[in-house]
Design a protein around this ligand. Structure first.
Ligand code: F6P
Length: 457
């Protein structure tokens, strides 16, 4: 078996594994352990200035090498805060007015990709397969090829990929498309993302030959592991305290990074409209929104935070009673098993992003439910998960009335309907779980590499 080398901006270091067993960590760790692999990326630290030669810090755990590099303040500003999160992120989420680009950011992005490309080859000994993740590292495959790396190299985009007419507004888009074409395999979450990319290639001159293999690999979860953790969280002290605090009220829950793509403003406004239009829910429902602060140095993230604080205060000011608070808005993270326990104790899951690559919270909500009495899921049509979870109440988050109707439908859904819908969703999750995602991608990568190298002979 080839050694798996994964590259992603964030690395779930061994010390963080317990707390951060989310999507990618669960999916990759076992394959990394089986193959004695390497996980390479940023260590999450920033230094004012980096003096002297830089070498990756390597830690080993269960046969896996975790190799990480630190960034200087300037690199962090230009690459991470700049091009990755103020150019690519908004553009890939169809929020063009949030793009702030200049050449320094564009160059900073490529410089950090070159930095990673310089430091990966010395860690390779031969017979590796390299899997690069997400929008932070689009050029990395090409840069590794330029440094003589012959291994299969695949790329998976966790976010959406926009249509050509949006994509071509991206400063530096032609170089990024060319870079994507240097991979053996390029993977997307959904058919829409894949087709958008293929359409971009049609418009792109000069055409590249041979083109990469392009496929969809919807990321999943480890259903049994999530169900077990949810049960643990359900029975934990925090799970029980949540229940006591609710008394007999129903719980609607949202769990999202505090990001403008997640549609939190529309969700809060819709909740207010629900309380206004359906007075029977007043005093009877609690909406718990957990939203840990994310990318707080980017102005748009600071603005959305202020806006949500205003909305939360406004809703509670308008509707709270001396013995009931309609909205509990928490700007902090929790241990994963607590989050899953909170999902398990919820009657309704609200996952209503304006645009999302997949959204694993939607999948975790389903896996956390009690099969005998499952909660209902309200899910945005613009989350990748909507392509698989037909049993959810699918909603257009841009339409407040539709959101209100969906929340009301979910809150009043009869048990037999909740069971039927849940059955469809859990089957879909089992069919396309995280292990299948990983093995499908790696198998396709080996095939694509074999086909490309034999074509080149
Ligand atoms: O989903 C996209 C993503 O960038 C992930 O790669 C990452 O784990 C998550 O969002 C959190 O964002 P950040 O790494 O910027 O804190």
């Amino acid at each position: 078996m080839s050694r798996l080398v994964t590259v992603s901006n964030r690395v779930a270091l061994p010390s963080q594994l317990q707390a951060a067993q989310g999507g990618l960590a669960v999916g990759l760790r076992s394959a990394l352990e089986e193959s004695g692999g390497i996980w390479f990326g940023w260590d999450g630290g920033v230094e004012q200035q980096i003096v002297g030669p830089r070498t990756p810090r390597v830690q080993e755990s269960n046969g896996v090498k975790y190799a990480t590099l630190r960034l200087s303040r300037e690199e962090y500003d230009r690459y991470y805060l700049g091009y990755a999160n103020q150019v690519l992120w908004p553009l890939f989420h169809y929020r063009m007015s949030f793009i702030h680009c200049d050449n320094r950011r564009l160059e900073g992005y490529w410089d950090v990709n070159r930095l990673f490309a310089d430091h990966l080859p010395p860690l390779l000994v031969g017979d590796e397969v390299i899997w690069i993740h997400d929008y932070h590292f689009i050029p990395l495959g090409q840069l590794l090829r330029e440094r003589g790396v012959q291994a299969p190299i695949g790329y998976f985009l966790h976010t959406p990929f926009p249509p050509w007419d949006v994509f071509r507004a991206l400063p530096g888009h032609a170089d990024l498309l060319a870079a994507l074409c240097r991979y053996d395999l390029v993977g997307f979450q959904t058919a829409i993302d894949r087709d958008n990319f293929l359409d971009c290639l049609k418009h792109f001159e000069p055409r590249l030959d041979p083109p990469p293999r392009v496929e969809t690999f919807p990321i999943g979860i480890d259903v049994d592991q999530v169900a077990r953790e949810a049960q643990r969280g359900y029975n934990s002290q925090q799970g029980r305290r949540l229940q006591q605090s609710l008394r007999d009220r129903r719980l609607m829950i949202g769990v999202d990074r505090l990001d403008y793509s997640k549609g939190l403003g529309n969700r809060f406004e819709s909740y207010e409209a629900l309380l206004e239009g359906h007075s029977e829910h007043r005093g009877d429902v609690v909406f718990l929104q957990i939203a840990p602060v994310s990318r707080g140095d980017v102005p748009e993230y600071e603005e959305i935070r202020h806006h949500l604080e205003y909305l939360a205060g406004h809703i509670n000011g308008r509707y709270a009673e001396y013995d009931w608070i309609p909205l509990r808005y928490l700007n902090r993270g929790f241990h994963r098993s607590n989050i899953l326990g909170f999902l398990a104790r919820s009657d309704v899951g609200l996952v209503t992003p304006m645009r999302d690559g997949m959204n694993l919270v939607a999948k975790e909500f389903v896996a956390a439910q009690d099969p005998g009495n499952p909660g209902a899921l309200v899910l945005s049509r613009f989350a990748g998960a909507a392509h698989e979870l037909e049993g959810a109440v699918l909603v257009n988050p841009y339409n407040v009335d539709e959101m209100v109707a969906a929340m009301h439908q979910a809150l009043t859904m009869p048990l037999n309907e909740r069971r039927e819908r849940w059955q469809q969703m859990i089957e879909a999750l089992r069919q396309q779980d995280i292990h299948r995602w990983r093995s499908d991608f790696l198998e396709a990568l080996h095939d694509a590499h074999r086909a490309r190298t034999s074509e080149a002979l």
